[in-house]
Design a protein around this ligand. Structure first.
Ligand SMILES: [Fe+2]
Length: 240
């Protein structure tokens, strides 16, 4: 399985605080069945804006530590961009993208979509890029009516739900909305959004819930085939 949203890198945001925690989280991710993780620290985190080089260096150091620990988890590029800074990064070409180079993770504030969303999505499309929207179950517009996702998809957005949300890891409305999004076939992938070792039980329960909602084939699509295609990690073809 491939995780498109995870705060695994140590000491760069509100995720893993240090290398030991990152190694412990990696061990958990492997035991849950993940082989690949796109490391997506908040960008920016509070007032701290880290460069792509800084983030890459932290990721490479963690990768080296995982090899030493004999933990075969592959780490990949990414960041969780606040929507308010995407326009500027788009024009400067400084988005921290997935390996595909044309896709990037984006999140909105909990108060909902920004007023200039149509224009932003249009500009993103013009640049040949596609936003991957984090945890759509949190946003009021989606909670009100999940069919709004159809409009976002028309604009090229990929849709993510968080696995913990499927079992109440955020709030009851997020649980209901996330399950609706999945049931209606609107989700492109489900992600851990793991911040610490304490999130692992909710991720595990979320994976079980997802299997129950979409079946074995649907589960493989949401956890392996689609994430591979979105992140550009392989051809995402179906297993024979
Ligand atoms: Fe996140």
């Amino acid at each position: 399985m491939i995780d498109l949203h995870c705060h695994l890198l140590p000491g760069v945001d509100d995720g893993s605080p240090d290398l030991n925690e990152s190694i412990a989280m990696s061990r958990q991710l492997l035991s849950l069945g993940f082989t690949d993780v796109c490391c997506t620290p908040h960008m920016p985190w509070s007032t701290v804006v880290r460069t792509e080089e800084e983030i890459s260096a932290v990721r490479e150091k963690l990768s080296e530590s995982l090899v030493k620990e004999d933990l075969p988890l592959s780490l990949h590029s990414g960041a969780e961009h606040w929507v308010t800074e995407v326009m500027e990064r788009l024009s400067k070409g400084t988005l921290l993208v997935y390996p595909a180079k044309t896709t990037f993770l984006m999140e909105f504030g909990l108060d909902g979509f920004p007023p200039n969303l149509d224009e932003l999505l249009f500009r993103i499309q013009l640049k040949g890029m596609r936003p991957v929207l984090a945890h759509v179950e949190r946003y009021p517009e989606v909670r009100k009516d999940v069919s709004i996702i159809g409009k976002l998809k028309e604009r090229g957005c990929f849709i993510l739900v968080n696995l913990p949300s499927l079992v109440g890891g955020w709030d009851r409305r997020a649980l209901k909305t996330a399950r609706n999004v999945v049931r209606q076939g609107l989700a492109d992938a489900a992600t851990t959004d793991m911040h610490s070792v304490h999130d692992a039980p909710l991720v595990r329960d979320g994976l079980e819930e997802l299997k129950g909602l979409v079946g074995k084939k649907g589960f493989d699509t949401l956890m392996r085939i689609n994430p591979a295609n979105i992140a550009g990690l392989c051809d995402g073809s179906e297993e024979n």
